[in-house]
Design a protein around this ligand. Structure first.
Ligand SMILES: Cc1ncc(C[n+]2csc(CCOP(=O)(O)OP(=O)(O)O)c2C)c(N)n1
Ligand code: SF4
Length: 272
C-alpha cells in the first residue's frame, strides 16, 4: 500500500480476513484510489454496506462507515443522505446483497435518483454463506445450491439500474483496475444515483465450483471474456453470449431526490 493512502484505512483492523486471492481487497483499493484522486474530503464521506464478504470492506476504511443488515444498505444510505445532504454517500455491496434481498431497495434508490454512489462487488455468488447462487450467477454455472448447473437467468445489473432510473451506469472489472478507478471517479462526481458494476472473483466458492480454483485462472477468465462497449455494439446477441461488456453505459442529468425533498420542506415552511 502506498504510504499516502494509509490515512484512508483503519490500519489497526488489518490484515483483512478475506480469503487469499479474493478480489474484495482490490476493489476496496480501487474505491480508495478514486477518492484520493478526486481529493474528496475524508470527513465528508460516509460508506455504507449490507452483509456479505464484500460488505466487510467499510470496516477497514477510515471514514464515517455503517455496516448494516443484509440487503438494506441503500435504505440506510437513503436516510443518511436525506439527513445529511452535504455528505458524499457511497454504498459498497455484494451481488447478493444488492440484487437478491436488496433488489427492491436498489430499484427504488435508482428510481428516486438519490445522490448515492453504489459499487457492487459482483463476484457472481454468495461468498460469505458458502457459495449459494445469486441473481448474478450465470446460467449453467455451478454453485452449492446448483450442483447440476444453475437454470436461472442472471440479471444484467447495468440494464436493470438504467431502466429503474439510475443516471450514471458503468461496468468495470478487477482485471482492468485503471479503467475501474476512472469509472468510480466518474460515478463519485456525478449528481444523482450512480452505479458501477464491478465484476470480481470469489476463487473459494465460484472458482472452485467452476473449475477455476486459482485466482489467476479467474482473472484470466475475466480478461478473456471482457469486451469494451464500443466493440460489443458491433456484435450480435449470440456473439455476445458469455461476454462481460465493460465501459460507460449511461449518463444523464435529472432532478436529484434530496434537492427535490429540500424544496418540499421549503414550500411547507413557507406555508404554500
Ligand atoms: C436477512 C438475512 N438473510 C440472510 C443472511 C445470510 N447472508 C449473509 S451474507 C449473504 C450473501 C452474501 O452474498 P453477497 O452479497 O453476494 O456478498 P459476498 O459474500 O459474495 O461478497 C447471506 C445470504 C443474512 N445475514 N441476513
Ligand atoms: S468466500 Fe469468496 S467472497 Fe468471501 S472472502 Fe473468500 S473469496 Fe472472497
Amino acid at each position: 500500500m502506498r504510504k499516502e493512502l494509509e490515512k484512508y484505512f483503519r490500519t489497526e483492523k488489518l490484515p483483512h480476513i478475506w480469503c487469499p486471492g479474493c478480489s474484495h481487497g482490490i476493489l476496496t483499493g480501487a474505491v480508495i484510489r478514486a477518492i484520493d484522486n478526486l481529493k474528496l474530503d475524508q470527513k465528508k464521506i460516509c460508506i455504507v454496506s449490507g452483509i456479505g464478504c464484500s460488505s466487510r470492506a467499510p470496516g477497514y476504511m477510515n471514514f464515517y462507515t455503517l455496516h448494516t443488515t443484509h440487503g438494506r444498505a441503500l435504505a440506510f444510505a437513503t436516510g443518511i443522505k436525506l439527513a445529511n445532504p452535504d455528505l458524499k454517500v457511497i454504498v459498497l455491496t455484494g451481488d447478493g446483497d444488492c440484487a437478491a434481498i436488496g433488489g427492491n431497495h436498489f430499484i427504488h434508490a435508482a428510481r428516486r435518483n438519490i445522490d448515492i454512489t453504489t459499487v457492487v462487488f459482483n463476484n457472481n455468488i454468495y461468498g460469505m454463506t458458502s457459495g449459494q447462487y445469486s441473481p448474478m450467477t450465470p446460467r449453467g454455472a455451478y454453485a452449492t445450491t446448483a450442483p447440476y448447473g444453475n437454470i436461472d437467468r442472471s440479471f444484467d445489473l447495468c440494464k436493470l439500474a438504467q431502466s429503474a432510473g439510475a443516471t450514471y451506469v458503468a461496468r468495470g472489472t478487477v482485471y482492468h483496475i485503471p479503467q475501474l478507478i476512472k469509472l468510480i471517479e466518474k460515478a463519485l462526481q456525478h449528481k444523482g444515483f450512480s452505479f458501477v458494476d464491478a465484476v470480481s472473483i470469489c476463487p473459494t466458492y465460484f472458482g472452485r465450483k467452476n473449475k477455476m480454483a486459482s485466482p489467476v485462472k479467474m482473472m484470466e477468465f475475466i480478461r478473456d471474456a471482457s469486451i469494451p462497449i464500443k466493440s460489443a455494439e458491433k456484435l450480435s446477441k449470440e456473439e455476445l453470449a458469455g461476454k462481460i461488456v465493460i465501459g460507460e453505459f449511461y449518463e444523464e442529468q435529472a432532478p436529484e431526490y434530496t434537492e427535490e425533498y429540500a424544496k418540499v420542506i421549503e414550500k411547507v415552511r413557507e406555508g404554500n
